[in-house]
Design a protein around this ligand. Structure first.
Ligand SMILES: [Zn+2]
Length: 259
């Protein structure tokens, strides 16, 4: 009786193996695999065709300022230096253009992880790109938003906090990009407030070459004051940088979800 049971078990087992490896099963397996593969391909195509928003990040300044003049707006008789070298850290002695690029690279990676396309006006220090050229770069690439990253300096070492600058509503060149810039700036400010950062406010400017030449909505974030010992140190802290850039990226993401 025992031998009979074992033999029966072996026969059933062999039968199951035969069925599993037989052609009908193989083709069933193959067809279900290709259905799954087909679904995956469809998803990939969908992602590929999905329109991605293009963000241009402009890390402020560069290694050497260029004091030659350029018009502050299209057809403007007024000129300003093509690009200045920025401020420097009172404690870290770091140059602003170095800090700006450190933070901008972090912002770039966070935005890419949020499925944005990102272009940068510069990714090295030894360049010569004027503020007008930075604006027209974003225009020519049809960017959807420009984020300019800077840090502040003041003779008063007690002044702290971030500031958000946007093109002026009544500016001769910028009235058409004011609304979108302001909406995005508000959302960035909300996220920075929620992240625990001190934001002094959103300020309209009609005197910035980089705004006046822009056809793209643009927000400039002054991350804080390099002239304040504590804030200067904090802004060079990688975790602090990541947290602030996360807030800015969250604000940008929120803008494109709601607008
Ligand atoms: Zn600056």
């Amino acid at each position: 009786m025992k031998t009979y049971k074992i033999s029966l078990f072996i026969i059933i087992l062999m039968g199951m193996i035969f069925i599993a490896t037989s052609d009908p099963m193989k083709s069933l397996y193959k067809s279900s695999a290709s259905i799954i593969a087909g679904l995956n391909t469809d998803n990939k195509d969908e992602n590929k065709n999905k329109e991605k928003y293009l963000i241009c990040i402009d890390p402020g300044h560069q290694e050497k300022g260029d004091w030659k003049g350029e018009p502050i707006g299209p057809d403007s008789p007024y000129q300003k230096a093509r690009v200045s070298s920025g401020t420097a850290g009172i404690s870290t002695k770091k140059q602003e253009y170095v800090l700006n690029l450190e933070a901008s690279e972090i912002l770039k990676h966070i935005l890419i992880s949020k499925d944005f396309d990102v272009i940068m006006t510069r990714e090295s220090h030894n360049v010569n790109i004027s503020n007008m050229e930075r604006a027209t770069f974003a225009n020519d690439k049809n960017a959807n938003m420009v984020i300019r990253i800077h840090a502040d300096g003041s003779d008063d070492t007690s002044i702290t906090g971030a500031s958000i600058l946007i093109p002026s509503q009544k500016g001769k060149y910028t009235s058409s990009i004011f609304e979108a810039s302001y909406e995005c700036a508000k959302l960035i400010k909300d996220k920075m407030d929620a992240g625990g950062f001190k934001v002094n406010g959103i300020f309209e400017r009609d005197d910035l070459t980089g705004f006046n030449w822009s056809k793209v909505p643009v927000v400039l974030v002054e991350m804080g004051f390099m002239s304040n010992y504590n804030e200067d140190e904090m802004m060079s802290n990688k975790d602090y940088q990541k947290k602030m850039m996360q807030s800015i990226a969250d604000g940008v993401e929120e803008y494109f979800k709601t607008n």
